[in-house]
Write a protein that binds this ligand. Sequence first.
Ligand SMILES: [Ca+2]
Ligand SMILES: [Ca+2]
Length: 205
Amino acid sequence: MVLAVLNARVAFERNVNDVANREFKFKSIASPVKDDAAASAKLILIDGELDAGGSDLSALTDGRLPSDEDEPAANVFFRAGSSGGRFRMDFADSIEIARVNTYSWHPSTRGPQLYKLYAADGSDAKFDQAPKRGVDPASCGWKLIALVNTLPEQGEEGGQYAASVSDASGSLGKYRHLLFDCYVTELHDNWGNTFYSEIDVIAAH
Ligand SMILES: [Ca+2]
Ligand SMILES: [Ca+2]
């Protein structure tokens, strides 16, 4: 199983509904910032359809945050009833990446995050910059970095989540592209696509 070779560390924290507020403050994971490496990256939808009630992909990197727990227009989420999708972040050049932080907020099942993070420098001869669902990115020049799953084992899922992918060495590697393969958090109804509020990519110094 390929997951066994993953080295990245995945941490996450949650502010439950009662304490979550617009400040996105967490115990140890930094709050979202505006001037991270993602701010100037290009975002490209690869597969799936964004929900018309939400923002386009630019809300992921605009440094703005929703001001309350159910603010669709300030979040990016795949169409209700669909099973998620994929998008790519392109930095134009390879950069040394220290960590990738993803933030989400919703009072119910659209709060938690469930996605696979891939990275590529684009140099592989087989590199496909837009592999659709059904194509394993690892088969076309991408490296699986982490599986991020912030779903609580039991109880209510709602709240504000911060996930942070990093590496003990201080660097996840040098990459030009990141691919986010986003899954629904539940299949009971149409409301399992996460409300992603911001993605920060912190470059290594
Ligand atoms: Ca940001
Ligand atoms: Ca945002």
